[in-house]
Design a protein around this ligand. Sequence first.
Ligand SMILES: Nc1ncnc2c1ncn2[C@@H]1O[C@H](COP(=O)(O)OP(=O)(O)OP(=O)(O)O)[C@@H](O)[C@H]1O
Ligand SMILES: [Mg+2]
Length: 234
Amino acid sequence: MSFIELRNIKKEFKIGENIVKALDGINLSIEKKEIISITGRSGSGKSTLLNILAGLEKSTDGEIIIEGEHIEKMGESQRIKFRRKNIGFIFQSYNLLPQYTALENVALPLALKGIEPKERIEKAREIMKQVGIETHENHRPNEMSGGQQQRVGIARALITDPAIVLADEPTGNLDTRTSIEVMELLINLFKEKGTTFLLVSHDEVAKNYTERTINLLDGKIVDIEQIFRGTILT
Ligand SMILES: Nc1ncnc2c1ncn2[C@@H]1O[C@H](COP(=O)(O)OP(=O)(O)OP(=O)(O)O)[C@@H](O)[C@H]1O
Ligand SMILES: [Mg+2]
């Protein structure tokens, strides 16, 4: 069995009389330390897939197995506990708490785990240094640039040393140059730490940074290679 196994994952939303199949039978195996990008046009199911993997949303059907543990069988509180321990999530719009400083935002996951202030401040400073944002520990989100806020978001995702990091368009709100800096930071960190990383992006450039690309269309996986062969044969 692989590190992460998705088996026939379906997610349906009922809108009035209609059923939207956001995910329509996703089968995917992911090995430890793999770095994968998930691409596909708007509405293809990328965010839904990531949210289900993170345990932020529940699938309608199918199995999600991470290191032998069935996520879909867990109750709400067990799922939250599992997520806090194993998964880091990086958002397109950073999702920082506006009233907190950068340092407090980064340390928050440790506060939720009940770690003492002294230890969490120490750990937050260490991780902020790793992502190059140690100079801004007392700044609030609205006192930082997009790139700086995303570095805080990255530090917050990494402070618990998660085995898996999921990022939904992490460079979507950044200019090209800052995007490249942030992507290189992420990829270098994850290679060094051996983190399993799934990156959602509809930016073609993301593919250059990752080892495998999963292409989604209408809630189904359409393999890049398959598309390529199809083009050649027809
Ligand atoms: N909470 C919801 N209620 C109803 N439909 C939803 C909900 N969330 C997503 N959908 C639908 O599921 C489909 C997949 O949405 P999703 O957000 O996963 O797409 P995406 O690939 O992330 O798109 P984008 O690139 O625009 O972020 C879309 O048709 C969307 O309208
Ligand atoms: Mg999305």
